[in-house]
Design a protein around this ligand. Structure first.
Ligand code: PLP
Length: 413
C-alpha cells in the first residue's frame, strides 16, 4: 500500500514537463490568508495580475483568467468563438493536439485533422509526431476552401507530448497568404514564459495557456488571450457557454474583479511569478530555457539515443523526448528511476506510450538540478539494461561549463 506519510530526504525531482517545480517564493506567497474577493485589496491584486500576464503574452488586449486547468481554457477558446457544425482546421503535432481535436468534436464542431505524412530516414521505425506544424499544408488547405467553410485554425505551439515547437508566425503568414478569414487559435499551455511567444505580433486571435508550466505555479489557473477579432466573433458565436463566456469576465476584469469566486491564493502566486519574470526579463528567461534544452540534448546525443523531435529548427526549450531502443519499455525505465532516485520523468503519451520518456527542463530548476536529473536518467537506464554510447552527464557538464549562464549580477536591475 502507498504510504503517504513517508517522505524521502531531499527534494523530489519533479522533472516532468509540467506541473513544474514551484519556487519557494511562490509557495510562500500562496500561503497568505485568503481575502475578500469583492474587497478593495483584491481589486488591486486583480488589476496587477491582469496587466502583468498581458505582458507575458505580449498583448495589449484582454486576457481571461479562469480557475480551471488548461483543458477548460481550450473549451473556452472554442465555445466563445464558434457555432455548432463549424469546420476547424487542426494540425496533429501530438497527443495534446489530438485531445483538442477530440474536444472540438464533442462540442459539435467538425475538425479537419491534418498531419505530416513523411518517412523518417534517420529512424525508419520511429514513432510519429516528430515535426512541427507544416505551414504550407495549412496554406494548401485554406486555399482549397473557397467558400470559407473553415472558421478557425488551431495549432499547438509547444507540443508537450513530443518536445516539438511550431512556428506560429509562419502559420499566420500562411493564413494571410490566401486571405482566409479563419481565426487563429494557439495552445501555448507549456510554452508560455519559457519559449518566445508574441500574441499580438504573430496575429493570434486566441492564445490558450495554463499556470503549471513556465509560470512555475501549481495547476489550477488557465488563460485565454484575446484579439479584437476574437471578441467580435464571440458576439455571433452560437456554441453554448456560461462559465467560460468572455463578455462578463472582460467587463468585470476592468476593475480587477471576476463574475465568480476566483482562486485567490493562486493569484497571489501568479503575482509573485510575474514579479520574478519581470525581474529576470523575458528575453533572459527564454535564453535560459534554450541553454537548458541544449544541455539536455547534448546528454541524449552522448547516450546515443534518438530525440523525439526530428527537426533541430523546432527543438523545444521546455522538454526533450528520449526514444528508447527497440525492446525496452520506457515506462519500466521511468519506474526504475523513480523508485531508485526519487526522480519523476514524463511518460510517453498516446501512441508514444512505452516508446519514449520526457525530461522537463522548466520551472524552479538550474544547471545543477538538470545535471542531477541527467545523472538519475543515466544510472537508471544502465540499471534497466539500456545500452548507452557514452556519458550524457559528462556531455551536459561540458555544455553548461562552456555555455555559462549570465552572471547573477547582470540579471539584477
Ligand atoms: N495542451 C498542452 C500542450 C498541454 O501540455 C496540456 C497539459 O499538459 C494541456 C493542453 C491540457 O492542460 P490541463 O492538463 O492543464 O488541462
Amino acid at each position: 500500500m502507498l504510504n503517504l506519510d513517508f517522505h524521502p530526504t531531499g527534494r523530489h525531482f519533479l522533472q516532468i514537463p509540467g506541473p513544474s517545480p514551484v519556487p519557494d517564493r511562490i509557495l510562500r506567497a500562496m500561503s497568505l490568508p485568503t481575502i475578500d474577493h469583492r474587497g478593495p485589496e483584491f481589486g488591486a491584486l486583480g488589476r496587477k495580475v491582469l496587466a502583468g500576464i498581458a505582458q507575458v503574452f505580449k498583448t495589449r488586449h484582454p486576457v481571461a483568467i479562469y480557475p480551471a486547468s488548461g483543458t477548460g481554457a481550450w473549451e473556452a477558446a472554442l465555445a466563445n468563438t464558434l457555432s455548432p457544425g463549424d469546420s476547424v482546421l487542426m494540425y496533429e503535432t501530438g497527443h495534446f493536439a489530438t485531445l483538442w481535436s477530440k474536444m472540438a468534436t464533442r462540442l459539435g464542431l467538425v475538425p479537419e485533422f491534418i498531419a505530416w505524412q513523411g518517412e523518417d530516414k534517420d529512424l525508419p521505425n520511429a514513432p510519429s509526431w516528430r515535426r512541427g506544424v507544416q505551414a504550407d499544408m495549412i496554406e494548401a488547405h485554406l486555399r482549397a476552401d473557397d467558400g470559407h467553410r473553415i472558421k478557425a485554425v488551431c495549432v499547438v505551439h509547444n507540443e508537450t507530448s513530443t518536445g516539438v515547437t511550431s512556428d506560429i508566425a509562419a502559420v499566420r503568414k500562411a493564413i494571410d497568404a490566401v486571405r482566409h478569414p479563419a481565426l487563429l487559435m494557439v495552445d501555448t499551455i507549456s510554452g508560455l514564459a519559457s519559449a518566445d511567444y508574441r500574441h499580438d505580433e504573430w496575429g493570434v486571435d486566441v492564445t490558450v495557456s495554463g499556470s503549471q508550466k513556465g509560470l512555475m505555479l501549481p495547476p489550477g489557473i488557465s488563460f485565454n488571450a484575446l484579439s479584437p477579432r476574437a471578441l467580435e466573433a464571440s458576439k455571433a458565436a452560437k456554441l453554448p457557454r456560461a462559465f467560460w463566456a468572455w463578455d462578463e469576465i472582460v467587463a468585470m476584469n476592468k476593475d480587477g474583479y471576476w463574475p465568480y469566486t476566483p482562486n485567490t491564493n493562486l493569484l497571489y502566486g501568479l503575482s509573485e511569478s510575474l514579479d520574478m519574470l519581470e525581474a529576470e526579463g523575458l528575453a533572459n528567461v527564454f535564453a535560459r530555457h534554450q541553454r537548458w534544452g541544449a544541455g539536455v540534448r547534448a546528454a541524449v546525443q552522448a547516450w546515443g539515443l534518438p530525440i523525439q523531435c526530428a527537426d533541430p529548427a523546432v527543438y523545444s526549450p521546455v522538454l526533450t523526448g528520449v526514444i528508447m531502443p527497440p525492446g525496452i519499455d520506457a515506462d519500466a525505465v521511468r519506474l526504475r528511476i523513480y523508485e531508485r532516485f526519487d526522480l519523476s520523468l514524463g511518460t510517453g503519451l498516446g501512441k508514444l506510450k512505452g516508446r519514449m520518456f520526457r525530461i522537463g527542463h522548466l520551472g524552479d530548476s538550474n544547471d545543477l538540478t538538470l545535471i542531477a536529473t541527467l545523472a538519475g536518467c543515466e544510472m537508471g537506464m544502465k540499471l534497466a539494461g539500456v545500452k548507452l554510447a557514452g556519458s550524457g552527464v559528462d556531455a551536459a557538464m561540458k555544455h553548461f561549463a562552456e555555455h555559462a549562464a549570465p552572471p547573477l549580477a547582470a540579471l539584477q536591475r
